[in-house]
Structures are given as structure tokens and as C-alpha cells.
Design a binder for this molecule. Structure first.
Ligand SMILES: Cc1cc2nc3c(=O)[nH]c(=O)nc-3n(C[C@H](O)[C@H](O)[C@H](O)COP(=O)(O)OP(=O)(O)OC[C@H]3O[C@@H](n4cnc5c(N)ncnc54)[C@H](O)[C@@H]3O)c2cc1C
Length: 698
């Protein structure tokens, strides 16, 4: 029998203190513009964002003697610090029981389609260094007595390459990386929101720096709190656009930088691809209900406005065992997946939960009751579950009678976590719904994480490195791998970014920004931030969420475009200088929303069907999810076309217009042909950094 884990160990893995202070960087000079003195931070590279990806990039840059500064909206905020699932997963190459190889891992990473093959290989090969350095820095990844990291199967992962330190894995990653950054003396500029990328020749040329709002820099000489970063290399590590959807499991105030990238003319990719799944609501405590939360097989039910309880899943599955086994499978099939709505598979649970929410009922998970009985069938029994479920529970000593006992046995940290937010799973059921959780697309990057704007890199969730699906944990892995890759590339190119940066370019960007702020400040005719926010979030959740209707996408796109036109004409109201950054970010969210809808519109307009976490419902669809009591005609959907797996949709914003186009995936040469002597010289001379196709402005 597995031993009980003492409370002190559970506490240490749940309450993760982060460093209170980090070394700060002060501006070395200022720029005089329009009677104002704007502080200027100078460095070889600025990393924007201090999540797991940004900190990795910063540490790797510093170790390579690059003068790097981290500018961040909030030092310890964002998804790495605040989010997780029951066991947050880090996905890596491994020696699974049956052996593994980088090519096999790369295949698994790109299995959902629309992922560049070279990116998948880079993430596979880099995962070893990615995870081992974290372990070396003190990440408490569990190992067996032989030193092997303990691993398990997760979403879209057949080989069991996932590992975890518990629900706080990414927070622990941030902790060990922040400690290392502090040891290395990486300087930080906190409370600093990047708003505009600056290019060498104004609207053209490579990256030159960034304009930001630094909340605490406001003063007499700088009434709007502006700050300038003058750096030939910029790493965007700003996470995902968490505020895009109303129904979202991201922490609040996650905006990211996709809008800033669009505004700078940078190309984005795969914006059609996001993850959605069950989670506790943002209003309470946003958290994914994956892994053991559902593998414990709690009773899932809804309550209507009169207080009546509904065992609604019994309308969907044919037997009690089928119902319970599919609740269990959501543990490692967590994200909604179009194909799993068929044949009574696990994504039928998501549709059922969604329909209950649409009907105005609140859906709960109760760990004190076993799954409800399907009419005409016997009640729940451990002995009548599907064989994969029985063997999993038995293998983990969790073949126990009540869900709470099974959860406690398999993952006591899952219970501890909610306790911290005053929810006692021993006593109360958990309300939950379907939420947006991750943007698989983002800034298009090459194999060194460089975007279409030379000198500007993107890592972590800001980068569009994933395909349609991604194995659970691949997001954290990608952030680590590309954090290393961009540092290598920036170091190799140090000093090669052309002529000195001119003051005039920065002064011009400041003057434009000041003009915009002045037009919006207390402007009664401008749109209110609150209205902009609710319009964007409602449209994205209702028309571009995990359920999309083909006839609604075009209308939603036109509405999103109309909002941007109104914002350009009337502006967004800034009530006081403290709101400047937020207002600008909401204006950028409007751009992101139109960009996503432009991509979706092109995809569906070209005949694209349901894939990954989106069901494209259509009267001309050929598949219909079936339930115990009949077909769900309203969810008749279009199926994915094989050809779409081989391309990505790229989106750019140029001269006030969105351009969306399809591009074939990048291939990967056979690594079996990479011979040592032949490839040694390219490594020694740095040619490996130049072999990539040159990225120039189209
Ligand atoms: C509930 C939930 C569960 C998840 N579970 C898993 C999992 O099990 N495994 C997995 O691999 N992934 C998981 N993910 C996804 C994963 O957590 C994220 O992709 C990852 O943490 C992103 O890291 P990041 O460093 O890119 O961004 P973040 O951690 O979000 O950090 C972004 C940083 O950028 C700063 N910032 C943002 N905008 C700006 C700006 N304009 N200017 C300056 N600074 C800015 C923020 O303050 C923050 O410091 C989960 C996500 C959620 C929401």
C-alpha cells in the first residue's frame, strides 16, 4: 500500500512562496518629448513578461552574458504563477516503459495537425534540457528509487510522457527560475506594461525597442507614466489573451501581447486553435477540473432555478458504467475534442454541461456521491466499470467506494488546493462550467523563436508553436525550450542588428502615443472600456467558443470589424491616467478578436470542419452526436478535412486591414541523416543560426 502523505509535505507543495523582491533596473537616461521627461531603459535584450517562459529566457540570456532586463506587467501574475489543474503537467521526452525517441515525441506533439514539423522536433529534442535544468535548479519532480522521473498519461498522449509536482507545478517552475534570476542578478522593471513595439525606421525595419506604461513612473515630468525600452532584441513572453472570452479559466487581467504584435505588423498563426474544457468558474476560483478530479468519478449533476436536481448525464450515456467511465476518461481527455462527441465518448460530457448552463442551470461535481444511475440500468458499481478504469484505480490503490476517498488516495493535493480558497471538497459540491483555457496559436515564429519582425522573438503561450491539439503539458515544455532557443539566437546575433538606434524613432513613438492618450482622456464621445470588454467577451464566448455555428461566424467577424472601426474613429475612454494601460490593452483585445474571427472565417469559408476544441455546427454537417435519448440535431457538425492538417492560417494586420492566408507547414529533414563530422563545422562557426530561411518583411 502507498503511504499516507503527511500534511507538512502537502502544505509545502501547495503554498509556494515566491521571492518578495527581485533586483531592479533603473533607467539610465531620459528623452525629452513635448515638455515631458520619459525614462529610457537600455539593454541588449528585453524580456517582456515574467512567467515560466519569460524567466527561462531571461536566465538563459544572462548565463550567456547578454545584458538582459525583464519588463513585466505584474512580477508574479499570469497563468504560470496562478493557474493549474489537479496535477499540472510538464510534458517531456522520456523513457516510457516501451522506450521513446525524439521523432516519436515530435510525431505525438504534432499529431493533431497544423504544427510545423521542425517546431515539433525542436520541442521534442529540447525537452530534455528544458526539464533537466529545472530539476537541477530544484524543481521537485518526483523520481523513483532508480532516479527515473515518475510519469503518467495525459491529454493527447499515448506514451505517458507527463510528469508533475502537483497542482502548483508551473508556480514551482517560476519559483526556481526566479531564484536563479535573482542569483544571477537579472534586473526587473515591475508594474510595466508593454504597449507598442518600436521599429528602427518608425513603421519599417527590425525591432528597436518598446514603449510601455510604468504605473509608478507617473509624476510631474511624466504625467502618463510612459517608459521606453531601447533594445535591439525583444522577447515577448506575455502569455495568452486570457481576457478574450467571458467563460475563461485564466486568471483575471491576462491580456498578453498579441494585439501589440498585430499593431506592429507581426504575423500570427493558428489563431483558430484554442483549448476549452471543464473548470471552476472565474468568479470563484478558476481551476481546471482535469486529472484525478474526474478520475475520482464524482457525481455530476445540475440544479435549476427552483432548486431541483438533475442527473442530466443519464440522458446522454446508455449505461451507468459508460457514464462513469467517460467521466473518468475526462481525466486524460480533458480538453473538448470534436471527434469525442461521437460514439458516446468523453466530450459528450462537455456538450451536456454546456447545454445545462445554456438552460440556466448550475452544474456541480459532488465528491460524496458516486455517478448517478442511468434509467433502466443498475446503479453505479466499481465492479461494472470499463476495464481501463478498473485497472487504473487498482494500480493506484484507489479502488475505493466513494469519490472523495479515491481522490484523497490518488491526489490529496487536489483537495488541499481548494481548501486554500475556502472550498472544502469534503463538505460541498463544486460548481463548474466550460471555459477557454489556452491559446494554441499566437505569434508565428521560426525554429529560433524569432517572429516575422527581425529581432523580436516570442516564447511561451505568446508564440503560436502548437498545432490543433497539444499533449497536456506541452505548453510548459514549449515555453522552456524556446526560452533556451531564443537566448542562443540572440547571443549568436549580438551586435549584428545594424546601425545605432536613433532617438528620433523613440521620440516619434512617444509623441504618437501621447496624442492618442490625450484624445481619449475623459473623452465623453469615446467608447467605454466596460462596454468594449463585454462586447468582445460575449461575442467570443457565444459565437467563437468551442461551439461555433457556420452561419454566425461571418456576422461575428463583421461585428468585430465594426467595433475596431468605432474604436479608431471614437477612441476608448480613459477616465484617469491610472487607466491608460488597461484602455490600450482593451483596444488591442479588439484587434485580437477580429484577428481570430478573420482566421476562423477563412478556415470555415474554405470548407474547414470541426477539429481540436471547436465544433463547427452546420445544417450541411455530416456527423451528429448521439445520446441515449436521441440525436443532438442542433449540434450536427462539419468534419475535419485531411488537407487542413497540412497548413496553418496566418493573419497579419496591415494598413488598417486584416490579411488572412493559408500556408503549408514547414517540414523537418530526417534527423537520421545528421552526421557528426559534417555538422560539426556549422555548429562551431555558428552557421546553424543562419541556416533558417531568412525572415524578411513580405
Ligand atoms: C487553468 C490552466 C491550467 C493549465 N494547465 C496546464 C498544464 O497542466 N500543463 C501545461 O503545459 N500548460 C497548462 N496550462 C497552460 C500554461 O499554464 C500556460 O501556457 C503557461 O503557464 C504560459 O506561460 P507564459 O510564461 O507564456 O505566460 P504567463 O505565465 O501567463 O506569464 C505572462 C507574463 O507576462 C506578463 N505580461 C502580460 N502582458 C504583458 C504586457 N503587455 N507587458 C508586460 N508584461 C506583460 C504577465 O504579468 C506575466 O508575468 C494551463 C493553463 C490554465 C489557464
Amino acid at each position: 500500500m502507498t503511504p499516507l502523505v503527511p500534511q507538512s509535505i502537502l502544505d509545502a507543495l501547495t503554498d509556494i512562496d515566491l521571492p518578495r523582491r527581485m533586483p531592479a533596473r533603473l533607467p539610465r537616461k531620459s528623452l525629452s518629448v513635448d515638455g515631458m521627461e520619459i525614462p529610457v531603459y537600455e539593454a541588449d535584450a528585453v524580456v517582456v513578461g515574467s512567467g515560466a517562459a519569460g524567466l527561462r529566457a531571461a536566465v538563459e540570456l544572462k548565463r550567456r552574458s547578454v545584458d538582459v532586463v525583464v519588463a513585466t506587467q505584474a512580477l508574479f501574475w499570469g497563468t504560470s504563477v496562478c493557474s493549474g489543474s489537479d496535477k499540472q503537467t510538464l510534458h517531456t521526452a522520456s523513457t516510457s516503459a516501451s522506450g521513446d525517441s525524439f521523432t516519436e515525441l515530435a510525431k505525438a506533439l504534432g499529431a493533431g495537425g497544423a504544427m510545423d514539423a521542425d517546431t515539433a522536433y525542436v520541442e521534442a529534442v529540447g525537452s530534455v534540457e528544458g526539464v533537466m535544468a529545472l530539476k537541477y535548479l530544484g524543481l521537485p519532480l518526483p523520481v523513483d528509487c532508480y532516479g527515473g522521473i515518475l510519469r503518467y498519461k495525459t491529454d493527447h498522449d499515448e506514451a505517458g510522457r507527463a510528469s508533475s509536482c502537483g497542482p502548483r507545478t508551473s508556480r514551482l517552475m517560476v519559483k526556481v527560475l526566479a531564484d536563479e534570476a535573482s542569483r544571477l542578478g537579472v534586473p526587473f522593471v515591475n508594474r510595466c506594461t508593454g504597449l507598442k513595439l518600436i521599429r528602427r525606421d518608425g513603421k519599417q525595419g527590425a525591432a528597436a525597442g518598446m514603449l510601455a506604461i510604468k504605473a509608478d513612473a507617473r509624476g510631474d515630468g511624466n504625467p502618463f507614466g510612459l517608459a521606453v525600452f531601447r533594445c535591439p532584441a525583444i522577447v515577448l513572453a506575455t502569455g495568452g489573451p486570457g481576457e478574450l472570452y467571458r467563460d475563461s479559466v485564466y486568471p483575471v487581467n491576462c491580456f498578453g501581447s498579441l494585439g501589440m504584435a498585430l499593431d506592429a505588423g507581426i504575423e500570427l498563426t493558428n489563431l483558430t486553435e484554442s483549448q476549452f474544457g471543464i473548470g471552476t468558474r472565474r468568479e470563484e476560483f478558476p481551476w481546471n477540473l482535469s486529472g484525478t478530479y474526474v478520475q475520482a468519478m464524482p457525481y455530476i449533476y445540475s440544479v435549476d432555478s427552483s432548486g431541483k436536481e438533475w442527473n442530466f448525464l443519464a440522458d446522454y450515456y446508455r449505461t451507468t458504467a459508460e457514464l462513469a467511465s467517460n467521466v473518468f476518461r475526462k481525466g486524460y481527455q480533458w480538453p473538448f475534442h470534436a471527434s469525442r462527441t461521437l460514439d458516446f465518448k468523453s466530450s459528450l460530457v462537455d456538450i451536456a454541461v454546456y447545454r445545462e448552463s445554456q438552460a440556466g442551470r448550475t452544474v456541480y461535481m459532488d465528491f460524496h456521491r458516486n455517478p448517478g444511475r442511468v434509467p433502466g440500468d443498475a446503479p453505479f458499481s466499481l465492479d461494472r466499470l470499463d476495464p481501463d478504469v478498473v485497472s487504473y484505480l487498482k494500480n493506484n490503490d484507489a479502488f475505493l467506494s466513494q469519490p472523495i476517498e479515491r481522490l484523497r488516495k490518488m491526489n490529496p493535493l487536489a483537495i488541499e488546493l481548494y481548501k486554500r480558497y475556502e472550498v472544502d471538497l469534503n463538505a460541498v459540491p463544486l460548481p463548474f462550467n466550460i471555459n477557454n483555457q489556452h491559446m494554441n496559436g499566437g505569434i508565428a515564429v521560426d525554429i529560433w523563436a524569432q517572429s516575422s519582425l527581425p529581432g523580436c522573438y516570442a516564447v511561451g503561450e505568446a508564440a503560436g508553436t502548437h498545432g490543433v491539439t497539444r499533449p497536456g503539458g506541452a505548453a510548459l515544455n514549449a515555453g522552456q525550450v524556446f526560452g533556451i532557443r531564443c537566448a542562443e539566437h540572440i547571443r549568436a546575433n549580438a551586435g549584428k542588428n545594424g546601425a545605432a538606434l536613433r532617438d528620433g524613432v523613440f521620440a516619434g513613438a512617444i509623441a504618437d502615443c501621447v496624442g492618442e492618450i490625450r484624445r481619449n482622456l475623459k473623452n465623453p464621445d469615446a467608447l467605454s472600456m466596460k462596454d468594449v470588454r463585454s462586447e468582445i467577451q460575449a461575442r467570443m464566448s457565444d459565437k467563437a467558443g468551442f461551439i461555433c455555428r457556420d452561419e454566425e461566424i461571418g456576422v461575428a467577424l463583421r461585428e468585430a470589424a465594426a467595433l475596431n472601426a468605432a474604436l479608431n474613429e471614437r477612441g476608448i475612454r480613459i477616465e484617469n491616467p491610472a487607466q491608460i494601460a488597461k484602455a490600450m490593452l482593451w483596444k488591442q483585445m479588439a484587434l485580437i478578436s477580429e484577428a481570430v474571427l478573420s482566421a476562423l472565417s477563412l478556415y470555415v469559408g474554405n470548407g474547414g470542419g470541426s477539429r481540436g476544441a471547436r465544433l463547427i455546427c452546420s445544417a450541411s454537417g455530416t456527423k451528429v452526436p448521439e445520446t441515449r435519448i436521441g440525436k443532438l440535431e442542433e449540434y450536427r457538425f462539419l468534419v475535419e478535412r485531411e488537407a487542413d492538417r497540412k497548413a496553418q492560417i496566418k493573419v497579419r494586420y496591415r494598413d488598417g486591414q486584416f490579411e488572412a492566408r493559408e500556408e503549408a507547414l514547414r517540414a523537418m529533414p530526417d534527423p537520421g541523416n545528421f552526421y557528426f563530422e559534417k555538422n560539426w563545422a556549422p555548429f562551431l562557426t555558428g552557421q546553424i543560426f543562419r541556416d533558417q530561411r531568412q525572415r524578411t518583411e513580405a
